[in-house]
Design a protein around this ligand. Structure first.
Ligand SMILES: *[C@@H]1O[C@H](CO)[C@@H](O)[C@H](O)[C@H]1NC(C)=O
Ligand SMILES: *[C@@H]1O[C@H](CO)[C@@H](O)[C@H](O)[C@H]1NC(C)=O
Length: 346
């Protein structure tokens, strides 16, 4: 009886936890404590991860991602919502993905970012490098499930596209479709509708090159049912576009007298554990950045020059030594001849 009561209590506690217990990125409800209320967050196959390219396994059978219906996603409008954790835009199931093991229909997209003056902001990292922001486009397995709510807690149910965002010199007009509306949804719970636009333009140009691994949602409940595709090519936005994302939103409601800026909504990289990260492209020397190539070229030149100079000086020293020895021999033999005369000749 007592046991049943305890079990029941535990069960209702778990249910309460699963129905939206408060979480944040920092502080007493921060990411280190997510697993108290959401046990999956402490699992062995969590996201995001730091992709170490030297440990990535090339799988030449991985085909390019083929987004369908992304260019003209219907006549309807999208809804953009500040949910207190991120800015999220609803997507219609007429948008879906091919090039994955099953068909995945679009559900929503959202962003992760840092704060002004800080370098990080992305969730995924590559060789320890974080980027200023990251776009996630969430899809559910529409071959196996009727809708996202049915798919959510099940296996093989979600596919997320991860797009790393960096800062360049020019504005990216596709992103302004979203960023221009942020001023209308400054506070948590606020929504605005956006006329539908070409979502394909939010993607990087090269959809054939990506990293693939099994992971989780990067926010509670951290369900471990996400097939991740993180594109190798980054998308560029301008510094002022990034600042609008970093500086325009609050994680608190409009009525709250102490507004809290919505910044640094990214989770730290999680242990890879037994998982393998695959790449659709060979991760070779071509994966080096321009800076690294310059460093390698100069490093090699400098190395060759040092070896050359070392050899040069060593050879020169040996030569001078030989010449000196020869002179010594000539001097000694002539002097010995002079001293000893011809008498001691054998
Ligand atoms: C999702 O699908 C299930 C099963 O078909 C159905 O009962 C439920 O009402 C659907 N939910 C939504 C939000 O459409
Ligand atoms: C993901 O997990 C499934 C089921 O265990 C497995 O069949 C598949 O190969 C894994 N995919 C990757 C990319 O690791």
């Amino acid at each position: 009886m007592l046991l049943a009561l305890i079990l029941l209590q535990g069960f209702s506690h778990a249910l309460a936890a699963n129905h939206g217990s408060h979480w944040t990125y920092k502080g007493p409800h921060g990411q280190a404590h997510w697993s108290d209320d959401y046990p999956d967050c402490g699992g062995q196959a969590q996201s995001p991860i730091d992709i170490q390219t030297k440990s990535v396994q090339h799988d030449p059978a991985l085909p390019p991602i083929e987004p369908q219906g992304y260019r003209s996603p219907g006549d309807g409008a999208f809804t953009l919502l500040n949910n207190g954790h991120t800015v999220e835009m609803s997507l219609p199931p007429s948008m879906f993905l091919r090039g994955l093991p099953q068909t995945y229909a679009a559900v929503q997209l959202h962003f992760h970012w840092g704060s002004r003056g800080q370098t990080g902001g992305s969730e995924h990292q590559v060789n320890g490098e974080a980027f200023p922001a990251e776009l996630h486009i969430v899809h559910y397995n529409s071959d196996s499930y009727a809708n996202i709510s049915e798919a959510k807690q099940r296996a093989d149910s979600l596919a997320v596209l991860g797009i790393l965002i960096e800062v360049g010199d020019v504005a990216n007009p596709a992103y302004d479709n979203i960023f221009d509306r942020l001023k209308n949804i400054q506070y948590a719970g606020q929504k605005v509708s956006i006329p539908s636009f070409n979502v394909h333009e939010l993607l990087p140009g090269q959809l054939g090159h990506y990293f693939r691994y099994n992971g989780s949602l990067t926010t509670p409940p951290c369900s471990q049912n996400v097939l991740w595709t993180v594109f190798r090519q980054r998308v560029r936005i301008s510094a002022s576009q990034l600042e609008r994302l970093q500086g325009g939103l609050y994680s608190t409601k409009a009525a709250n007298s102490l507004p809290v800026p919505l910044v640094d909504n990214y989770r730290a990289p999680q242990p890879l554990n037994q998982r393998v990260v695959f790449s659709s492209f060979p991760v070779g020397p071509s994966a080096y950045s321009a800076g690294e190539i310059v460093a390698i070229v100069f490093g090699t030149l400098f190395g060759c020059l040092s070896i050359f100079l070392t050899i040069h000086f060593v050879v020169k020293r040996i030569q001078t030594k030989r010449i000196r020895e020869q002179k010594d021999v000539v001097f000694k033999s002539s002097s010995s001849r002079a001293v000893s005369g011809d008498s001691h000749r054998p």
